[in-house]
Design a protein around this ligand. Structure first.
Ligand code: MSP
Length: 642
């Protein structure tokens, strides 16, 4: 089967990754998994970082770092973010990689040789933020795209004859109606090109932080000429070009739909097959931006509810292509209603019934013909929607199959069939439920891969879900007799308030971490009583992560009569191992089950060979024993003190 090559934009390193970037990259990861399911081989996904230009140069200077050092740090942060989220990135291309510079130069040489590049001079307004000349603006005017002030510049540049491609572009959009998606965006591009295209400058002499144009000092390449070439440099020499899909946000469509095809034509290179421009993710109905400080990061959400909850929410809640809103509340509600109650419930109920009635072996089918038919219709329709990148519709359809299966189980009431001894009907009922669950699990795999793989394993499959192909979605592929695993909850129900609080606190900590990393941490406002250095700011206090924990076990530490070794549950998957100097004050058995306060973000250290992952908070009495901090009211494990 043929290859499939897809890309995300390469992200500017003047900001650390947030869920806007994550949105595109998660969608790309889901498409990659889907394409593999459809049988494409190999499926290669490229992302990376866009590291040159004035904007980056200035961000580095503001952080007091050299551009190289600064870009190394932020680029690594993007790479780490995708790794932490478990995204299947094949190529991570940086524009500062020497391999990339060669490809950019080659593209330029080809365009020059074919007569599409010439030297010219420009005096006018420039928007540093968008890295764009604003031909129509006068000195003092704001940028029409982003509203920031423009700067007046005079430069001798290399120009690209974009004007030569106006008619060819219009004809191309006409002949290849699927090239730009969604349709509404295509119309915008056509209207833009119809207004007339001016030649564009593709080099700069006022900027140092860029790829030098060979033998043309002080010219460096214009960032977009540089950046777009990444899609080729990432897979240089692998025979994967042209790309099958460039996935982008709507604000950079013009560069991809107008400049990029023209550059490639001028260089006699094949064009990508498709562009899909998705909409913007807003935060509580406002555009996320660094300056507004209303950005959301992925890690705190992942830590509170798992990466799949974010993937599911982003792809289910927002119609891909349109703008959509992000809200913590909607995220947790979706998680509870669709994942915990919907898929999670179908899974645990079905598996439990098979354990109870058939000793954990899939009973004999063939299953109910009405549900089998409903499954076929749902699979066909969901795959069609996925193919159009209409994730929300595909998921909605899949969940209609979950509802049909739920309803079927309720109507058949297997618990009554078990009582009345109608084993054949009971077997058929549970086969139907398990087969519907198998199909749903495979179908949602591209969107929630981690959780789907868990359900898959619980259904008794030994082969990885990654190896599934669309043909396997046909009814009846589940083998009777297959031994299932014990059912453990894949989506534990979330306490809405508690989880939102956890995510918001995580977000505050993540913001500080990123700012520190970038060197942009804003100094805390001076304390009210400036002369009194004993005050700390709230920012300082919030750095201390104080949590309610419950002691699960307590043991004496050999050879250390003051120390106890505790296991303390603070609402994380594993209890914390904590060594505390409280043995003279508390007997181990008196501590088990007791609620305590711990400092959760202390760097771990070893005491007597035991790892201590936190500190217990106690009143320290002069000459007396420590007294543990505790609560009069009952408090849930994991609650934060502030
Ligand atoms: N470096 C250029 C792209 C060059 S591609 C050859 C750039 N970088 S960027 O860091 O600004 O990233 C923009 C992209 O990030 C958007 O096109 C989109 O894919 C994603 N998003 C960033 N914020 C977003 C939202 N708030 N909402 C949706 N997508 C967002 O432009």
């Amino acid at each position: 089967m043929s290859k499939y090559y897809l890309t995300t934009p390469i992200y500017y390193v003047n900001a650390a990754p947030h869920i806007g970037h994550t949105y595109t990259t998660i969608a790309a990861d889901a498409i990659k998994r889907l394409k593999r399911m459809q049988g494409y081989e190999p499926v290669i996904l490229t992302t990376g970082t866009d590291e040159h230009g004035q904007k980056i140069e200035r961000a580095a200077a503001a952080a007091g770092k050299s551009p190289q050092k600064f870009t190394d740090i932020i680029s690594q942060e993007f790479r780490r973010q995708w790794e932490v989220l478990g995204l299947q990135i094949d190529r991570f291309q940086r524009t500062t990689d020497p391999k990339h510079a060669k490809v950019v130069q080659d593209l330029f040489d080809r365009c020059l040789k074919n007569g599409f590049v010439y030297k010219g001079s420009y005096t006018g307004q420039y928007c540093v933020f968008d890295e764009l000349y604003v031909n129509e603006a006068k000195p003092g005017d704001p940028c029409p795209d982003c509203g920031r002030p423009t700067e007046t510049v005079t430069e001798e540049n290399f120009y690209f004859k974009l004007s030569a491609f106006q008619d060819r572009l219009l004809k191309f959009y006409e002949d290849q109606p699927d090239f730009i998606q969604p349709e509404s965006r295509r119309n915008e591009v056509i209207a833009f090109v119809k207004q007339g295209l001016k030649d564009v400058s593709i080099s700069r002499t006022t900027i140092k932080w860029g790829i030098p144009v060979a033998n043309q000092a002080p010219h460096v390449f214009y960032v977009w000429f540089d950046a777009l070439s990444t899609y080729m440099s990432a897979i240089e020499g692998e025979g994967l070009w042209p790309a099958d899909l460039h996935l982008i946000g709507k604000e950079i469509l013009r560069f991809h739909a107008v400049y990029w095809p023209a550059f490639l034509w001028a260089a006699d290179l094949p064009l990508p097959k498709k562009l899909f421009a998705h909409g913007w993710l807003l935060f509580e109905n406002d555009k996320m931006s660094k300056s507004k400080g209303n950005m959301v990061r992925a890690t705190p959400i992942q830590e509170a509810l798992g990466a799949d909850s974010l993937r599911y929410y982003l792809l289910r809640e927002v119609v891909f292509g349109q703008d959509g809103n992000f809200s913590y509340d909607a995220l947790v509600q979706r998680y509870n209603s669709d994942l915990a109650n919907g898929l999670g419930n179908l899974s645990s109920r079905t598996l439990a019934l098979i354990h109870q009635n058939f000793s954990g072996k899939i009973p004999v089918g063939p299953g109910d013909s009405v549900i089998a038919e409903a499954a076929k219709i749902a699979v066909d329709s969901a795959l069609d929607s996925f193919e159009m990148l209409n994730f929300s519709k595909a998921l909605e359809t899949t969940w209609s199959l979950i509802s049909a299966a739920d309803k079927f189980i309720l109507e058949r009431a297997p618990w009554n069939l078990a009582k009345s001894g109608d084993t054949a009907k009971l077997a058929d009922t549970l086969y139907t439920a398990a087969e519907a669950l198998r199909i749903v699990t495979a179908l949602v795999y591209p969107v929630i891969p981690e959780s789907a793989a868990k359900i898959w394993a619980q259904l008794g499959f030994r082969t990885p879900l990654d190896a599934i192909r669309t043909a396997d979605l046909a009814w009846g592929k589940l083998a009777a007799g297959q031994e299932i695993e014990p059912a453990t909850g894949v989506f534990p129900r979330a306490d809405v308030k508690l989880i939102i609080e956890k995510m918001k606190q995580g977000e505050a900590a993540e913001l500080v971490r990123q700012q520190t990393l970038m060197g942009t941490k804003v100094a805390s406002p001076p304390p009210v009583a400036a002369e009194d250095s004993s005050h700390i700011s709230i920012d300082d206090f919030i750095k201390v992560d104080l949590r309610v924990g419950e002691v699960k076990s307590a043991n004496a530490v050999k050879g250390a009569d003051k120390l106890l070794h505790l296991q303390v549950d603070i609402g994380e998957p594993q209890p914390r191992s904590i060594v505390a100097g409280i043995a003279l004050a508390y007997k181990p058995e008196a501590l088990v089950g007791r609620k305590v306060v711990i400092v959760a973000n202390l760097a771990p250290r070893k005491l007597r060979g035991l790892e201590s992952q936190g500190m217990i908070v106690a009143a320290s009495l002069e000459g007396g024993n420590p007294v543990l901090a505790s609560f009069l009211e009952d408090v849930p494990v994991g609650a934060r003190l502030k």
